[in-house]
Write a protein that binds this ligand. Sequence first.
Ligand code: NCD
Length: 312
Amino acid sequence: MRHLLSIDDLDREGIERVLDRAASFAEVAGREIKKVPALRGRTVVNLFYEASTRTSSSFELAAKRLSADLVSIRAATSAVAKGESLKDTIATLTAYDPAAIVIRSPHAGAAKLVAGWSDAAVVNAGDGKHEHPTQALLDVFTLRQRLGSLDGVKIWIVGDVLHSRVARSDILAFTRMGANVTLSGPPTLIPRGIEALGCDVEPTLERLPEADVVYVLRMQHERMSEAYVPSLREYAMRYQIGLDRLRPEQLLMHPGPVNRGVELSGDAIDSPQALIGQQVEAGVVVRMAVLYELLAGAGAARVLPTRMEVAA
Ligand code: NCD
């Protein structure tokens, strides 16, 4: 794997390899000293053109725990705010000879463009409504830890699928790992023809009790240019997931940030069946595994010098 732009860059075996590596990093995360020297002397650039708490902080921690040198750029405080184009920004950053560039952008396809402009391994940390592959990998990791395997597991993804890059990457990853995926939400928020990705669509929550896992999406107001639902109150009445709609055995997931009281009720967020905290925790070790796989794994573009070469 040269870049991670989409879940399509990984077959089932590739996903399993990254997740097994993440599990070995989870063991390191349990130690008092959480750092390994794997990427010593390599430079990782984080370039975030959109708001982020979880994804940016976990990529930063992941690079640091692998001993890489890290440059973190936020569009609001960089020359991007002065009008520099993405291409010129990448040309500037190339002067530092980064081994990896992690990019989040409001534009679908931005990560792919960067991969064409730079020699660095590129990780898509979310490109518009398109994909968010590391979120899907950490979601699979969290479920694998809990259930052992996703084969035959029934996963319902509920809410604003239309604007969700998480949904697109999750559908690809969950089905590749053997799960059955059903989408549910207001018809205006379910893209037409999405069944082609290998999932089912249910316009109501009537059959929600059949799910093993309920994965709830945020209402993504920042991507809505028109009214997709009559009102948030109406949406909440029909689709909000609360403990009243869940069986105690069903697992509950959400990528964060949560709009408390809109797509999820407070009691559900704070219940023991919610895996939201475990998903955040998985973010660091899964992103360590992705950076490791790209920069030091078997298929890495530039192989690390051996100990002897360094000494010579
Ligand atoms: C998601 C994103 O940015 O796409 N958040 C995340 O990365 N944890 C989902 C969202 O913003 O709703």
